[in-house]
Design a protein around this ligand. Structure first.
Ligand SMILES: [Zn+2]
Length: 394
């Protein structure tokens, strides 16, 4: 009985602390009064929690504002240097490792190119470990100050009994990524699908801010999506929800990297677009090759036709999302998505409108991601931030 009571008090304290941190993180700076209004906690509770957070240097004072006739109100904000987080993006064409402070200001980054056709697990693990060492060395930040490392992976993440990555189109079959990285680092690690980490980045800091029901569509070499339902990521029964790239748009169509046929990815993934264009990719550099194709569309009827057709397929894929999920916002991101969208967004919108039901279409806006192609690493870094704001033990 005594233990239970003690547990309850401790849980309540943790909940209050977490409510206050979440509120401050997204709306800082705030006064104690504003924190009380935002969290529904009593002024006395806010004062207690703030005193603790100030003592622990998690929160700092950030000037003051005059209040009507009374004493000036002290503003509070998170101490951006209380701790640091690292985001890792294992992409088709690169491994990126970025170190941020708690205000998500980038302090250091490392970037390694990968052969998009060969994703040797050993090479990728080595690049990640090199990247972790590089960002620590470049920023001069001690490993002890790192709250955690989030890793965005190109596949489905199984969390128990150990972390396994099922990256069917990436050539990874049940890769024990945490165990492999553990051999080279003691930093706390978290893993999530890359489309979902990018979705969380856009939701927290980008085009998704404030949205409750949204889809963040990621188009790179591969195609994925993050489904935001009621303000948080929808995962499904075994975390694979959002495999939009492998929904079918042509019965018996082009062969997909997943082994099936007619998948959206087999038409609008960068690799598929370049294959449909029928050009060799110099040095396996898909990013330059796609940029070249888009550049040639002004003079080459073939390039223009391929892009038009791609906009049509992408529009069909987006129409399916609109009809199935009734999102208020669809955000197109990923390096290829941003490249295509910067030229084709109006055409993609028209194609989506023509292929979706009128009522849900009018409730949806279709926008480009605002955070650039590096948003997967930023989103991965939000995983340890989320754990920190939840006051969860490591
Ligand atoms: Zn497929």
């Amino acid at each position: 009985m005594l233990d239970r009571k003690r547990g309850t008090v401790r849980d309540l304290r943790r909940e209050n602390r977490s409510a206050l941190l979440w509120s401050l993180y997204f709306s800082q700076p705030l006064s104690r009064q504003e924190l009380s209004d935002a969290t529904g906690l009593s002024p006395a509770s806010v004062s207690n929690v703030v005193r603790e957070l100030l003592d622990e240097s998690i929160v700092i004072e950030a000037g003051s504002v005059d209040s009507d006739g009374g004493r000036p109100r002290v503003l509070l904000e998170m101490n951006p240097e209380h701790g640091y987080v690292i985001g890792v993006d294992i992409g088709e064409t690169r491994v990126r490792v970025e170190l941020f402070d708690l205000a998500m200001t980038e302090r250091a980054k490392a970037d390694y190119r990968l052969n998009p056709r060969k994703h040797d697990v050993g090479v990728v693990v080595e690049r990640i470990l090199d990247g972790l060492n590089a960002v620590l060395a470049d920023s001069g930040i001690e490993p002890a100050a790192i709250l955690g490392v989030g890793v965005g992976v190109p596949g489905i993440v199984q969390q128990v009994p150990e972390v396994l990555v099922h990256g069917q189109t990436y050539g990874w079959d049940a890769v024990p990524l945490e165990r492999l990285l553990r051999a080279g680092t003691d930093l706390p690690l978290q893993f999530e699908n890359g489309a979902k980490t990018m979705g969380q980045a856009e939701l927290w800091f980008g085009a998704g801010r404030g949205a409750r029901n949204a889809v963040v569509a990621l188009v790179g070499s591969g195609v994925g999506a993050s489904l935001i339902s009621g303000g948080s990521t929808y995962r499904g029964a075994t975390s694979s929800a959002g495999e939009w790239g492998h929904t079918k748009i042509v019965l018996g169509g082009r062969t997909c990297r997943c082994g099936s046929a007619g998948c959206l990815e087999a038409y609008v993934g960068a690799e598929a677009i370049l294959e449909r264009y029928g050009r060799a990719i110099p040095g396996n550099d898909e990013e330059s090759a796609l940029a070249e194709l888009i550049g040639e569309a002004d003079t080459s009827p073939l390039a223009a036709a391929i892009l038009d057709e791609t906009a049509g397929y992408l529009g069909a894929g987006i129409a399916n999302l609109i009809n199935l999920f009734n999102p208020e916002r669809i955000i197109l991101g990923g390096w290829a998505g941003l490249m295509l969208g910067s030229r084709l967004l109006p055409t993609i919108r028209d194609a989506a409108r023509d292929q979706s039901l009128r009522h849900p279409f009018t409730a949806t806006s279709i926008e480009l991601g605002r955070l650039g192609p590096e948003a997967v690493a930023l989103g991965a870094a939000t995983l340890p931030v989320e754990r920190f704001l939840n006051c969860s033990p490591r």
